[in-house]
Design a protein around this ligand. Structure first.
Ligand code: 13P
Ligand code: SF4
Length: 347
């Protein structure tokens, strides 16, 4: 148990019930760690992974989707195992074509990315000729390949402003498109954001996890836990993918990495995170001085497909079709451009 204790020390302190879980899975965890070392694999852990999975990654190999892809590109390890969903692994492959990129379950999709594909971008481009297309990294390679520039939830407004255009197409996230529009209005910027579902009949990309938070939920949390609006040490943080009215009710909104930065810098005594529940579980282990309101049952069913058994299978299998991510080279080269353009303006 010595090694498990070393890996999960902070996790067990934040949630002692996970000790039994780790013990029950000890054989699998030990085998994963052995294969990780023997095959020289970089294991990347997204913020929404279960703590027992998240902590299989080194500290600097955990975080948000784009930071992880950047890290993969810089690493000299020949094999990357991405503990996240498919579009994230695909982004890593686009940035690291010579590395083998693996995922525990290739069917791990995303309700936001799945309904908006290449044809939808082409339709919007035909409706608004010449209008630049900004694509959120939560999208597949075929969509990125038809775009002018990518963005993340940490730099979306910065990317839109960089285009100096009066109109911008934003996809696939409809709530985020609306949220960016409102943020720009607050900055007195006269830019029209066109997104799926706005004056068009295209499929709306919506995160089925963040969609579930309502203003009523947030008000209830404020009342129950004593988190008044604007309190300097007690706050509700919401992800950009939430509904616009939820962002208004929250004290702060940002990407997963910005929420984590908020806690690092402000050291609040209590927070509620309007985002996937595992994020609070992981941050609770990192910031023991902050109390995280854990009244949460909002899990991403796609992220949950990444299991310890699936990870072990990805490290053991010799069948490339089962776990390896491939991107057509022509599409990859086209998709790389908007990602690189974003990286050029937002370091
Ligand atoms: P990040 O871009 O912050 O990693 O978030 C990805 C995601 O799936 C949010 O729901
Ligand atoms: Fe997609 Fe939402 Fe799950 Fe993130 S949390 S992977 S946006 S469905």
């Amino acid at each position: 148990m010595a090694e498990l204790d070393a890996i999960y020390r902070d996790v067990f302190e934040a949630d002692p019930t996970l000790k039994a879980d780790a013990e029950a899975n000890r054989d699998i965890i030990e085998r994963i760690l052995e294969l990780k070392d023997r095959k020289n694999v970089l294991i990347l852990g997204h913020n929404y992974m279960h703590p027992l999975i998240y902590n299989l990654s080194e500290e600097d190999a955990r975080g948000d989707s784009l930071a992880l892809s950047r890290y993969a590109a810089k690493s000299d390890k020949p094999i990357i195992l991405f503990d996240g969903v498919m579009f994230m692994g695909e982004t890593a492959k686009i940035l690291s074509p010579n590395k083998k990129v693996l995922i525990a379950d290739k069917s791990a999709g995303c309700s936001l990315a799945d309904p908006v594909r290449k044809d939808d971008v082409l339709k919007l481009k035909a409706m608004y000729p010449g209008v630049p297309v900004v694509t959120y990294v939560n999208s597949y390679a075929d969509v990125k390949a038809e775009s002018d520039i990518c963005c993340t939830s940490a730099n979306a407004v910065e990317v839109v402003l960089s285009l100096k255009s009066k109109r911008v197409i934003f996809l696939p996230d409809s709530f985020m498109g609306e949220n960016i529009q409102q943020e720009l209005a607050g900055m007195k910027k006269d830019i029209e954001i066109i997104y799926p579902g706005k004056k068009n009949a295209l499929n709306r990309g919506i995160c089925e996890v963040h969609e579930r938070f309502t203003v009523e939920d947030l008000k209830l949390i404020r009342e129950q836990y004593g988190i008044p609006k604007g309190h300097p040490k007690r706050a509700i943080l919401a992800h950009w993918e939430c509904r616009p009215e939820v962002l208004h009710e929250a004290d702060f909104h940002g990407s997963t990495s910005q929420m984590s930065k908020y806690i690092l810098e402000k050291r609040p005594e209590m927070v509620f995170l309007a985002t996937e529940c595992e994020m609070a579980a992981n941050l609770a282990a990192e910031f023991p001085q902050t109390e995280f309101v854990r009244q949460c049952n909002v899990y991403c069913r796609h992220m949950r497909k990444i299991t310890l058994n699936g990870i072990l299978s990805a490290l053991e299998t010799e069948d490339p079709e089962k776990h390896e991510i491939f991107v057509d080279e022509e599409v990859r080269l086209k998709a790389l451009k908007p990602i690189q353009r974003m990286l050029g303006i937002s370091k």
